[in-house]
Structures are given as C-alpha cells and as structure tokens.
Design a protein around this ligand. Structure first.
Ligand SMILES: C[S@@+](CC[C@H](N)C(=O)[O-])C[C@H]1O[C@@H](n2cnc3c(N)ncnc32)[C@H](O)[C@@H]1O
Length: 242
C-alpha cells in the first residue's frame, strides 16, 4: 500500500472537519438501530478519527475497531481516542490496510469512508467477501464514494480556504483519467501569509472509480444509495446490506 496521506497529514483535520459535518449525520442515520451485540463495528481507513467519533456517538454501546495504515494519520487518531474517556474505553486503534487487515471473527457493521477507491476492483471484491463472512444477516457495510463514477477531467479548483493564526490555508484539487478505471488526483496545499504563498505541499493519488450499482455487484449484496441528508447534498454513500 502506498501511504498517500503522510505528506499532507498536517492539513487533514481541516478537510475532515468539513467532511464530517456533511457525512456524519447521514452515517448516524444509517447506523441507527444497528444491533451491536454481534461484534465490534469496524472502521477501515479511519484517518484522524473524526468519523470514528461520529460512529461512537451514533452507537453509544458499540465496541469499535479503527484501522488506519498511515502512521502519521494514526498518530492523530490515537491522540483523539486517548484524550476522550468514552472513546478510550471503546475504541481499539490498529495498523493495517484493507487488503490484508487482520479482522475480528465477528463484526456488527463496517464503515469505510473515503477509502474504497484506493483499492482495485479485485481487492474490493476480496474485502467485501471477508467482511460479509463476519457480519450477521442484515449487517451493513457503509461505503463513502467520492462522487466520481467514471474517469473524467476535473480542472483544479480551490476546495477549501481556512485561516489559522496568521496563516491562510488553501486546498486545490484536480484530477484526470489515469489507467483503466482510475483517476489521478493532484492536490496542492498553499500556505499564505500576508497574501504571499510561503509554502506549497503537493500530492498525487490514484482513485479507482465505481458507483453504488457496481459496489452491489462486487459484493453480491443488496445496496442503497444515500446522497442527501436533511435536504443538504452530501458525498455519495452506498449501504451494502448482507
Ligand atoms: C480520505 S482519508 C479518509 C479518512 C476518514 N475515513 C475520514 O473519512 O475522515 C483516507 C484514509 O484511508 C487510508 N487508506 C489509504 N489506503 C488505504 C487502504 N488500502 N486500506 C485502508 N486505509 C487506507 C489513508 O491512510 C487515509 O487515512
């Protein structure tokens, strides 16, 4: 697995805060009523732990396993979990990428947000099969897609602008078709002070595009699509039901 995230990990909290504000409420709705007695809830690619917090608050009785392969991202995840007594009691942080994750024997539900396109289609098929073996009938895998169902050109746009202290941070993102079903995204973080760029951190990663129908075929499960919450558009979420 390539660690795409360490290079710009110092900025990730700004993205995650906005992302969780839009994706957290629909995730909470999907998870409401999940029976957590079958085993832990697994989060794959937990990043800095913002979505982990959302899972914990939606399911106050759940044990959670939060897996994150990037050591830099995992440092923030562990820090977030360690400073909150409730998370500290219920969340176990582990290393490992989706492709070779050491899985608990039983799972109540799975959450995989902003991660699945880092896997090839074959890797996803194998992952869905391993997860399904551990879920109860009716158990869910909640998958966040990136809203790009096929490769296309996305001209660079400023996706985020925030001020912290005396500095302003801009996040620019664009993409173009790469090989096969993949998009290559290029991101640039610009740090500005007094209107001047004082630092730039660039990054590239590949994302295998897919849609919810494809996800259902890969997993051999029924699926539904969530695209809005309370009238607000959100990043597309697919819910696979065993
Ligand atoms: C866009 S971030 C999403 C983080 C978090 N899920 C969230 O929604 O805030 C993607 C995360 O997936 C992790 N990741 C990348 N490739 C992965 C893989 N093959 N298996 C598991 N996690 C992976 C990255 O290290 C990063 O922390």
């Amino acid at each position: 697995m390539i660690d795409y995230y360490s290079a710009s990990a110092e900025f990730y909290e700004m993205v995650a805060t906005r992302h969780t504000a839009s994706s957290g409420p629909p995730l909470a709705r999907v998870l409401a009523g999940v029976d957590v007695s079958h085993g832990p809830v697994l989060e794959i690619g937990a990043g800095t732990g913002r979505i982990t917090e959302a899972i914990a608050s939606a399911l106050p009785e759940a044990e959670i396993v939060a897996a994150e392969p990037s050591a830099t991202m995992r440092a923030m995840l562990t820090s977030r979990v360690a400073r909150d007594p409730d998370l500290r009691r219920r969340v176990t942080v582990t290393d490992g990428a989706a492709q070779d994750l050491d899985l608990p024997e039983r799972l109540s539900a799975v959450v995989i947000f902003g991660v699945a396109g880092h896997l090839t289609a074959a890797e996803r098929v194998s992952l869905w099969r391993r997860l399904a073996d551990r879920l109860p009938t009716g158990g869910v895998i909640v998958v966040e897609l990136m809203g790009v169902s096929a490769p296309r050109v996305i001209p660079p746009v400023m996706s985020l602008r925030e001020t912290i202290g005396r500095q302003t941070y801009e996040w620019w993102i664009g993409g173009e078709p790469a090989q096969g079903d993949a998009m290559r995204f290029t991101t640039v973080w610009k740090v500005l002070r007094d209107g001047r760029t004082v630092r730039e951190v660039s990054d590239e990663y590949d994302w295998h595009t897919f849609d919810v129908a494809r996800l259902a075929r890969e997993a051999g499960m029924t699926s539904r699509r969530v695209t809005e919450a309370g009238g607000q558009a959100i990043p597309e979420i697919g819910v696979l039901v065993k």
